[in-house]
Each structure stands twice: as C-alpha cells, then as structure tokens.
Write a protein that binds this ligand. Structure first.
Ligand SMILES: [Zn+2]
Length: 266
C-alpha cells in the first residue's frame, strides 16, 4: 500500500472514530439514566475587574436553579432524576474559544466547529476526550449600557456551549436562563423564536392551549422570551418562569426516556 493510501485510510479511521464517539456520547446523555455531567469553565470575556471579581466569587451552587429547573420540568414528563445534573466548576481559563464566522458560510462554520472541538480537547488536558460531559465555557463581561452581549451558542457535536454572561451577581438568574438554553442545545433542542425574538407558535410558548396572540405568564426555554399582558416580548425573570415545551422535550428525548423506563405507551 502506498503511503498516500495509508494516510487516507488513517484519516478515514479517525473520522469514523470521531463520528462513533459523537453518537455514543449523544446516546449516553440523552438516555437520562444518570445525572447530567456538566463542567463549567469560567473565562473573563473582557479582562474587566468586574469579570475577575465575578469569577473569583463563583461557586458551583450559583448554577443550582438550572438543576431545579431540569428536575421540575423532567418530572412533568415522567423522568424522575434527582439531581438532574451535577456541575463541576473548573478553574478559569485565560484563553478564548475560537470565534464563530460572522458571515455564516457553511464551510467556514464546519471548519470553526472542528476548531472549537479541537480547542476544547486541548484545554481539557486529558488524553482521552471527556465523553458524556457537557462542557460550558462561560465568558463574563462587565455590563455596559446599551451594549448587547454576543450570541451564545450550544453545539450538539462535542457537547460544547459557549455562553456570554454578565459579570454582575444580580444577573445570576438571567445568566442561568441563557446557560440552560445553551445546555439544552447541546442535547439536541432547537431554537423556538423567529423575527424580533418573537416566540414561534405553538412550540415556542409555555401554554399552547391559549390562542397564538394571547399573553403568556412564562417562557418556553428555547424561545427564551414570552409575550406579556401588554403585548411586549419580554425576558422571564428567572428559570422559575420557564418551561420545557412538548417539542423541546421530544428533541431532548424526555418522552422516549419516560417510555423506556415505565413501559408506558402514552
Ligand atoms: Zn438558541
């Protein structure tokens, strides 16, 4: 066999192994048999004193309301897990993850997602990839008036989230909404909002038994917002005001987990 052929064969082998590992890891986390293993890696997003202070004071318990949200919502679908997730807070990183392409070209996006996965693997310091662990890189930024945070993202392949959050303890509940949203992306949930951030109907509203234009009292987590009594699209106050709708539940395998566990056909 020529060297060239051997090289192609090796490359194909590596790609096949990567695809197999991705499949295995998705099967593991979406089975909901054990608490979800989540590693949070804080990063200063802007080098500000506020971000440094936020990261210094950070504790794993700051993410407790995400677990409470998952426990409450999974129970509604018959998946009883307590705790639903376990957070390990890893030391802060001094390095930024690769930035996604701005123009959204498919090829650049594919290349960037491979770069990101490689970056995550290198940062782990481990020889083998951490299979089944959701890796959330949370970049803290000092709040600035009128300046919106960059878009956060969650990737199903590699179970990776890059979250932009506010370096302000009073924003912890808001940050946790964004983190929960990206966490569910890594498990296969899709966005449920359209133009102007308006929730899509019926999958993007908390109570789909109400008509499309009726006000809601809570948000579907993958819509991230709801239309209030004044007709405005607003953010919920905390995860207590968020639900996992039927479509998201299906996407993250809540209903299948329920059926397997209890042998129900409903
Ligand atoms: Zn999203």
């Amino acid at each position: 066999m020529s060297f060239r052929r051997l090289r192609i064969l090796l490359l194909l082998g590596v790609l096949a192994a990567a695809a197999g590992l991705t499949w295995l890891e998705q099967t593991m986390v979406r089975a909901w048999q054990t608490p979800l293993d989540v590693a949070v890696v804080p990063i200063s997003g802007d080098g500000s004193p506020e971000a440094a202070q936020m990261i210094r004071a950070l504790q794993a318990s700051d993410f407790d309301d995400i677990n409470a949200f998952l426990e409450r919502e999974s129970a509604r679908y018959g998946v009883k897990l307590s705790p639903a997730m376990q957070v390990s807070l890893l030391p802060a990183l001094d390095e930024m993850p690769p930035v996604p392409p701005r123009d959204g070209s498919v090829l650049k996006t594919v290349f960037w997602s491979m770069q990101l996965r490689w970056w995550v693997y290198q940062q782990s310091g481990a020889l083998l990839p951490q299979l089944g662990t959701v890796k959330l890189f949370v970049l803290y930024h000092a709040p600035q008036d009128g300046v919106a945070l960059e878009h956060s993202l969650g990737l199903q392949k590699g179970l990776i989230g890059v979250v932009h959050a506010f370096a302000d303890p009073s924003q912890t509940q808001q940050n946790n909404i964004v983190i929960a949203h990206e966490l569910l992306h890594t498990l296969g949930a899709t966005d449920k909002y359209g133009a102007g951030g308006r929730p899509t109907y019926p999958e993007g509203v908390a109570d789909s038994s109400r008509p499309p234009d009726a006000p809601q009292h809570a948000a579907e987590i993958m819509a991230g917002r709801y239309v209030n009594a004044a007709g405005r699209v607003v953010m919920p106050a905390s995860l207590e005001q968020c639900v996992i709708g039927a479509k998201t539940a299906h996407e993250i395998n809540f209903d299948a987990g329920f059926q397997r566990r209890f042998g129900s056909s409903s």
